[in-house]
Structure formats: structure tokens, C-alpha cells
Design a protein around this ligand. Structure first.
Ligand code: ATP
Ligand code: MG
Length: 204
């Protein structure tokens, strides 16, 4: 269980600029002596599944029976929550994963109960901006979705974030990341860290 730590969950549709913003915000925090532990949900899930001999590589993960995947998802939440006993733990994950069967929640109730997030961050941009970023990003193999599908995905993320906040009591911070404004978005996330760090100091 989280005692003195704070879990900040950062979400956003693929290509919105989550990693770009997180990296800059964590760098700024470190330079001011605020320690932020960054955890990638997918990586933690893979480590657990591999240790149990369920998979050898990441691509085998999604082929596991969904019941096993859900169990690994729950265990990953526990592990992240344990790491969050102290300080700020930033979890890079998705509010909703776009699957052929529909949107899959990244923070279903059994994850929320273990993770106990304090802050849900939604990184957002205009659907047109997101589409262009995906198209230009040669470092990844990104789906070229129609703008309207990206818009719907982003709207659904807001709805699910509201449900998750209602279940957990977490706050929701919407961070716009418009073209050429990643620095401003990172500063907003950094300000969030500063507010949390000040609170942690108050109670210690
Ligand atoms: P994923 O969920 O798939 O990991 P992501 O949300 O982490 O995606 P990034 O990899 O950070 O997205 O960014 C996607 C692309 O958009 C990158 O090429 C990045 O340089 C670019 N990008 C990010 N933020 C901005 C911005 N504010 N203005 C212009 N380009 C941006
Ligand atoms: Mg990323």
C-alpha cells in the first residue's frame, strides 16, 4: 500500500507527445532536486510475465489469454504501488487502448485499487496535430487513423478519466501539448511535481 508516496499517472493517445513531455518534466524536476521515479506500465507487465515463464518477448504479451493478461496487469499495479511508498512515481500508461474489440481500459478497477493514483494527467492536442505527428514520426510504426477516430479516442479518454477519478479520488490534470509547445506542456507537468513535492514535505 502507498504510504508516503504519490502516484501520478500520465496518459494520452499514442503520438500526442507523452514521452516528449514526461522526459522534459522529469529532467527539470531532477535539476531542482525533486526526485521522480519513472515507470512504464507495459515494461513492468512484461518483466512480471517473463519472470513467470509466460513469455520471452514483448510481442507475446498480447497473445496471452485475457484472464492471464488481467492478472499480470493487476500484479504490475501492485509492484508500481510498492515502488511508490516514497516520493513521486510517474506511471507512463494509457487510459484506453484501441483494440479491434473496442477501447480497453488501461486502469480498470483492479488496477486502480492497487495503484491508488493521486493524479491523472491527460496530455492532449488537436486530433489534426496528433495525426501529423504520427505521420512524421519515423522512429515508430504508427497507425494512420482518420482524424475523427483520434478525436473520439481522446474524448473517450476524458470520460474514462472521470470515471477513474470518481473511483479513486484522484485529481485530473489536462495538459495541452500543441505544436511547438512541448516546453509549455512540460512546465505544467513540472509545476504539478512541485506542488506534490511541497505537500510531501508538509506531511513529513
Ligand atoms: P506513445 O504513446 O505511442 O508512446 P507519445 O505520446 O509518447 O506516444 P511521443 O513519442 O512523445 O508521443 O511524440 C510523438 C511525436 O510527436 C514525436 O515525433 C515528437 O517529437 C512529436 N511531438 C511531441 N510533442 C510535440 C509538440 N508539442 N509539437 C510538435 N511535435 C511534437
Ligand atoms: Mg511514448
Amino acid at each position: 500500500m502507498i504510504e508516503d508516496g504519490v502516484v501520478v499517472v500520465v496518459t494520452g493517445v499514442p503520438g500526442v507527445g507523452k514521452t516528449t513531455v514526461i522526459d522534459a518534466a522529469v529532467k527539470a524536476a531532477k535539476s531542482e532536486g525533486i526526485n521522480v521515479t519513472l515507470m512504464n506500465y507495459g515494461t513492468v507487465m512484461f518483466e512480471i510475465a517473463k519472470a513467470r515463464g509466460l513469455v520471452e518477448n514483448r510481442d507475446q504479451m498480447r497473445k496471452l489469454p485475457s484472464s492471464v493478461q488481467r492478472e499480470v496487469q493487476r500484479l504490475a499495479a501492485k509492484r508500481i504501488a510498492e515502488a511508490a511508498r516514497e516520493g513521486i512515481v510517474l506511471v507512463d500508461t494509457h487510459m484506453l487502448i484501441n483494440t479491434p474489440e473496442g477501447f480497453l481500459p488501461g486502469i480498470p478497477v483492479w488496477v486502480a485499487e492497487n495503484l491508488r493514483p493521486s493524479v491523472l494527467v491527460l496530455v492532449e492536442a488537436d486530433p489534426e496535430e496528433i495525426r501529423n505527428r504520427r505521420r512524421k514520426d519515423e522512429t515508430r510504426e504508427r497507425d494512420l487513423q482518420p482524424v475523427e477516430e483520434i478525436r473520439l479516442h481522446q474524448e473517450m479518454c476524458r470520460a474514462v478519466a472521470a470515471a477513474c477519478a470518481t473511483l479513486t479520488g484522484a485529481t485530473i490534470a489536462v495538459i495541452p501539448n500543441h505544436d511547438g509547445k512541448a516546453h509549455e506542456a512540460a512546465e505544467m507537468v513540472f509545476n504539478l511535481f512541485k506542488a506534490i513535492a511541497a505537500k510531501l514535505k508538509e506531511v513529513s
